[in-house]
Ligand binder design. Sequence first.
Ligand code: GAL
Length: 664
Amino acid sequence: MLPHLIYGGDYNPEQWSPDVWREDAQLMQEAGVNLISLGVFAWAKIEPAPGQYDFTWLDQVMDLLYTHGVRVNLATPTTSPPPWLVRLHPEILPVTAEGVTLWHGSRRHYCPHSSAYREHAAGLVKQLAQHVRDHSALAMWHVDNEYTCHFGECFCDASVAAFRRWLEQRYGSLDALNEAWGTAFWSQHYSDWEEIMAPRRTPASINPTQHLDWQRFCSDSWLVCFEDQKTILRELTPDTPITTNFMGFHKALDYWTWAAREDIVSNDSYPDPSDPEWLIGAGMVCDLMRSLGKGQPWILMEQATAHVNWRQRNTTKRPGEMRLGSYQALARGANGVMFFQWRASQAGSEKFHSAMLPHAGTDSRVWREIKQLGTELGRLDALLASHVQSDVAILFDWENWWALEQEGKPSNDLRLLPQIVAFYAELFHRNITVDFAHPEADLTRYRLVIAPHLYLVSDRAAKNIERYVAQGGTLLMTFFSGIVDGNDHIRLGGYPAPFRDLLGLWIEEFAPYANAQTNGVETVDGQRFTCDVWSDVIHLTGAEMLAHYQADYFANSPAVTRYRFGEGVSYYLGTALAQDGLAWLLDQVCEKAKIHHAHHMPRGVEVTRRSDSAHTWLFVLNHSDEEVRIDLPAKGVDLLSDAAVQTSLHLEPKGVAIVQLAAT
Ligand code: GAL
């Protein structure tokens, strides 16, 4: 898209006067900024009254930016409808499950099913695209903003009607819907489409398949809003790439489906600087983004330079941490680093949010760090065509996430992300890069596939996973997997029905633990680890036991197993192991799968690789406050300092090196 790594941020010139715009353009140039997200919240400025468009200010800003070498990632400003639209069509306002209307005065106050909203948004997008289509500054489209941030499920009457239409399309007949929803239970049988409701507040737990379909429907509905705009933009500006900014592991939207409709994946990431483990969660999000885009470069569209303003206590990134977070994104496949926002606001609810240009102006730490980063990124064009490779995939599916975390489970404390983080953290500490994969995706290129809590599994996914192992893959599956089909109906015949052959075992029952209850697991060679949350009561039908439970009525029965299936191996973990237990398990699983620790590093030193057909670059990020000395696999040149590096690299606290390795 640009011949350089992207560097920039959100720019809201409508909050400032033209003399400030001129200063902004000069300072952007000084900082090495080459792309700006413009107009994200500018609907009221562009269309101050119904059908009256004012593009003069936008033209001036785009001209000014272009003459300063800055291109524009132009937003369709549809995320915050102007007050006149609410006055004209109050029915665009969203309604909660309890029937409460959410009013304007902040943002995202619209229902995705409102035809008035969609018509006005389409009109605006058309005018905007027609107006700017030939402007040389236009580089990319930024559609809406963070779909479903703040609000994702509208329960108004229009939404209920849209849900019914979506269900008719999905099922074709009421018989099929009744079957899928299991409406024989609690007298829920439907005899007319008009009887069907959105899962508004009910006295007791809602039909789980109804709820699951609702979550599918909501994700699809917002996608329709995105597609409305994409169709217009594609027609008027066929060569301009289109994105919309994601929010990491965001539950409301099935990003696998969404990413397939985008030209490039982009993401907003706001790790909490007060969390000493922020780099793990942030790294995991980077890996998800790369995976969503099928390994293609993605863009870190928003991050804070220092602090946000929406936490209870908005701690700030310490010197060097913004730089580290930015390089982490590059190290994990991004080709662009951007911020919210360019200039800190003077008014409004985000006036205490950090920015590239803080209230203090250019005589500030943040500005100096921003300038330094911009200068450095300007020297890294060599990375543009490189990619990140991974030998390990963690299976991740939004439908499974939705179904797993509905109420009514054996343990309602079972949550998907903490389990994933537990595995991810162990791999992160070993500097093993991880992809995320949909359970139906081609898994053949991975040496190891981890399936945490794959509760809902389609027939296709089950076959895919079985085939992967049969053909030589290594699988590590954890408890409460393979339990239901796509309708959230139990797969009968002994858990986990689709994986019993593959795992060489079956599970008679689950034994969820009380809060704070723990148990012990002992390995065949006598090591002991704590476990909690849950135990599967497992019977072996071929698998070997690697560890057993120490206590309770299932004491001595298997907790961890291994089974040779076809050309491959499957491991099964029937409980939540404490971190040292997971480390023990992953050590042997990685050994078996021939995944060698990429690099033995001191804790806090993150190492990844990007390669193209000719070169490999080793990214070494020292998140710690200690100086470190690190052995490299070969000598090379550090792109950031241009210094030759021998096979031992010295890094200062919070230091970064990108070593182009010499061919060995
Ligand atoms: C994002 C949003 C931005 C800004 C930012 C503040 O969610 O896209 O517009 O509000 O948060 O951290």
